[in-house]
Ligand binder design. Sequence first.
Ligand code: B3K
Ligand code: ZN
Length: 872
Amino acid sequence: PSTIYLKDYKVPPFLIDKTELTFDLDETTTVVTSRLHMRRNPASGKSTEPLVLDGGEDVKLIGLAMDDYALPPEEYRISEGKLIITATADEFVLTCETLIEPQNNTRLEGLYRSSSMFCTQCEAEGFRHITYYLDRPDVMSVFTTTIIADEARYPVMLSNGNQVEKGKTEEGKTFVVWHDPFPKPAYLFALVAGDLAVKNDSFVTQSEREVTLQIFTEPHNLDKVDYAMEALKRSMRWDEEAYGREYDLDIFMIVAVDDFNMGAMENKGLNIFNSSCLLASPETTTDDSYLRVEAIVAHEYFHNWSGNRVTCRDWFQLSLKEGFTVFRDQTFSADMHSEIVKRVEDVSFLRTAQFAEDAGPMSHPVRPASFIEISNFYTLTIYEKGAEIVRMVHTLLGAEKFRAGSDLYFDRHDGQAVTCDDFITAMQDSSGVDLTLFKRWYSQAGTPVVTATDEFDSASGTYRLTMKQQTPATKNQPTTLPLHIPVRVGLLDTSGKVLTSALSGSTSEEHVLHLNSSEQTFEFTGLTSKPVPSLLRGFSAPVKLHYDYSTSDLLLLMSSDTDGFNRWSAAQQIAVNELTMLINQSIAGESLSLESQLVKGFKALLSDESLDPAMVALILTLPSQAYLSELANPIHPAAIKEARQYLKTLLANALSGEFELLYNKHNIQGEYQATAEDIAHRSLKNTALSYWVETNSDQAHQATFEQFRTANNMTDQFSALSIAVHSNNAKATDMLAAFYEQWKAEPLVVNKWLMLSASQDSSDAVASVKALMEHTAFDLKNPNKVRSVLGGFGQSISGFHNEDGSGYHFLADQIILLNSRNPQIASRLCTPLTRWKKMEAKRSEKMKAELERILAQDLSKDVYEVVSKSLA
Ligand code: B3K
Ligand code: ZN
């Protein structure tokens, strides 16, 4: 497979002003006819280049004409999936007829079937599996789409834009015509046909236009779309208020499908969602999923401006739309619920998963310089680190100038396909803030390490904070350069009071330091004693910060910092320090022992009535197995697990009375609501329960069982079930079975059952997971089910990380199996194995052997890229 480079970018030699598509849908062969109104691109400056259209092996050409002149075979050729026409006029209409077989499309890109419906997924390069086209984001065209089908089976036929016509064909089939007036790249094209139910609503925009809103699902799911509809309306309002962005078509549609490779897709006017990211009901959906539905509905909606109206010039610029849109959806969710809780959750995720990616073999800059398969670059780096870059711009400019920059960006580039540089330039032009050095964040991979040291000069009352930065070098990136890192800092005295200090002439309780060289010293004056610094408040930059805090400093920050994020962060740091000691004891084969300072910290925390229960729950949550793995080198999975279990039990026993009380206090009954307040109570209650059961008291186990049995919502029911399963509650096996019986008709709930079942730690975990894959509830064609079972299995330390390598072998088998059926899913499944270099020696070797076994197969580009890079 060949590598594609950003440096080779050239403007398209041809443009497509209008695209007219006709789909004759059928269960066996679907005929696609396209009429492309093309002309040479004046900007390309070439007048003789052949026309090269992207296609796929799964597209069968049955007719080709230029300006209605049927092209004979000698005037074109097909090579490696591309259709090449040597001679063309400067302007012409190309008619192309192709046959495709959606029912045999297991890759789930292009046009495929999910249950009894037809649907599409075209980003990034799926459109070429429908017909020959210039399948690149900088070719923007006005689409008119005709869908022909048997109306009895496909009463609903949808595409982008507005429906402009409907009628009967001569053969008695029904046709509908959709027209989208906004030029768009092919990746935003969508088509859906099926026997679907619809929920209708409407929204009046700020300029008082009425927009029809529709959510389509299979009929049995129609009772689960109300929450998504409300979330959509909140998103539409928020984008008007926060960004001045109004919706532009007369209709906005969302369709839920069961078989989908990722979360959702922002097709113009016709978003398509994985049903797991759209459907919600109190009985079947957990709080986390409610919040996810809201965030994803918002994210896809926000793409209408950040992505669709202004799109990407090429796929190297993917973060232009994804980083910005993630930042927008994060801010939206923060506004809808709690800003700090949202920030803690996002940072936890970033530090766990994105940092691990950035330290692994697939590490790449937010604007990659090359790729083999673009599908592999829908990564945490592009999305989450990309959002952090936009957040840093927000910090550097301030809210008002940021908004002015965003307005300028949308004004200047509406209807264009642009680059990350264009985004930064707009921010710079409108604010006057120099972002030249800052742009390096887009081109340099890796997580910068910032080391802070300090001293206090009591004679002058000056506190000197010295910061050094270093981004680790890698094979691809042997030299790394300093970045422009905004560091938000506050100072506390030893009683926890916030101090005012002066820095470069400005006096304040908080300062933003501009760390922009490899070492800098910042002088704070006006102080009387050495302060405790609260560094990197709100996680103002995606870096690893090292400062030699004493435990008492951390306890002080945990109880007194005015920055809620850093209160959480300090608690995490104490836990990380203690867990690291325990992990080392475990690795050395010692029996674990510790005098935990967290006991004190948690006691103080639980007596502070002023705190949001959601924050208390987050602070009580120990660093995850995954986060501790990211910090470790090498990783000893079993030692991490033992250490976490030890500390959790220690805390549970030391504070058992507190946890029982806390459980009862927040165990509020009542009608389910997905509000921040209720979610907070449930989250603290279930966190308390998870500690309480560690005391192994009968009462705690009984309370778990009762909660499972009587809960009126999935959050409480499923929390109780997970707690029972992972605490070896005597009833756990029966509870799992009862749960399946209760919910076997609800696939999304069954997926949760699959995941939990697969995550159990037992010596025969591999056998159990194999049995799960034979269960009637499992289906290899459905990505959600594959992710549930294999994702759950990945969390099982004695299963996946079994020392004998059987877990790795099993996963490799599944990757090989899925490689030919669904390369995108197969490639994603490789991630845990690609971290082999960081694993302790025994497991490392076994993981590597499995990667080599995979590489020896005939591989898709997707799997090949990930596996070969991880072995290089
Ligand atoms: N843009 C899509 C992701 C498409 C992934 C293609 N492999 C969803 C989103 O980020 O909004
Ligand atoms: Zn997106």
